[in-house]
Design a protein around this ligand. Structure first.
Ligand SMILES: [Mg+2]
Length: 276
């Protein structure tokens, strides 16, 4: 293999690189140090907002690029792109839901950090960052089933979805971590972080949940991180390439990446993929 290409690593945060309970990535530090030495870009891809991701990166300097709101918004350097729905569409749909229902409807985008903090237990600063949303908006409400049905129908008329997460119904678009990953690869090439000619870069993706499936399916080397509090691990994608890490969270991240790098760097014709 005479032509060189490069790898990029895309990682989910909560429950994947960050421990489900402590939010620490410390057990993944050896693998992170290794990929930094190899010059492999590491991209965060998360349901968090860009404000939350930027805040983490300002102290920890882990990521070369950020993808927030489940693929809805992308940042590389000072460039921001929004493949997700327009912010005005989110606001218009939320206002239409509010107008149609007889119960109070607040949301992260439209309320104060104090109210977000009270709802989530976040600190006021973290709550403010969680509220700085581009293309998705968790609703703060106490709906009946009928209210949810009404809101869902209204969301659809705006081309949006109402997705029930752990605690909140979130108004969002048909965002896709796999599509955002493909877009980020183009930006990395355009900005010289990855070569813009030659072989297609190889991709490694790590995730722990159903919303990571499109990203895992799109990666050359998908690594599933087991969930810390689940009794069993079911494969998120049906693909022979899928690697399931031996442990949950950052320990599994460390083991999965190190094992994969061992395998790739020990295979002669793949070593140039990593070293460029
Ligand atoms: Mg996760």
């Amino acid at each position: 293999m005479t032509e060189h290409s490069h790898c990029a690593i895309f990682t989910d945060l909560d429950g994947t690189l960050l421990d489900h309970d402590t939010y620490s990535w410390a057990p993944a530090a050896p693998a992170i140090e290794r990929i930094k030495k190899l010059g492999i870009p590491l991209i965060a891809i998360s349901s968090k907002t860009l404000a939350e991701l930027s805040h983490i990166n300002a102290t920890d300097h882990l990521f070369d690029g950020l993808i927030g709101e489940n693929g809805g918004v992308i940042r590389l350097g000072d460039q921001t792109e929004q493949p997700g729905p327009a912010t005005e569409t989110i606001d218009a749909a939320r206002d239409a839901i509010r107008a149609a229902l007889s119960i109070p409807v607040a949301s992260f985008r439209s309320t104060s950090p104090e109210i977000i903090a009270a709802q989530t237990g976040l600190s006021p600063d973290d709550a403010a960052r969680a509220g700085r949303r581009h293309c998705s908006d968790p609703l703060i409400w106490a709906p009946t089933d009928k209210d949810v049905t009404t809101a869902r129908t209204i969301a659809e008329t705006f081309g949006l979805k109402l997705v029930k997460g752990g605690r909140f119904h979130t108004l969002c678009g048909p965002t896709d971590k796999g599509a955002a990953m493909a877009r980020m690869l183009k930006l990395l090439a355009k900005n010289g972080v990855l070569p813009s000619t030659g072989l297609t870069p190889c991709t490694i993706a790590l995730g722990d949940s159903a919303n990571d499936a499109t990203m895992l399916a799109a990666a050359d080397f998908p690594i599933q991180i087991p969930q810390k509090h689940a009794s069993t691990t079911t494969a998120l994608i049906q693909d022979q390439k899928l690697i399931i890490a031996p442990e949950p969270g950052p320990s599994g991240w460390n083991a999965g990446i190190n094992a994969l790098l061992d395998q790739l760097t020990n295979t002669n014709n793949k070593s140039e993929v990593l070293h460029g």
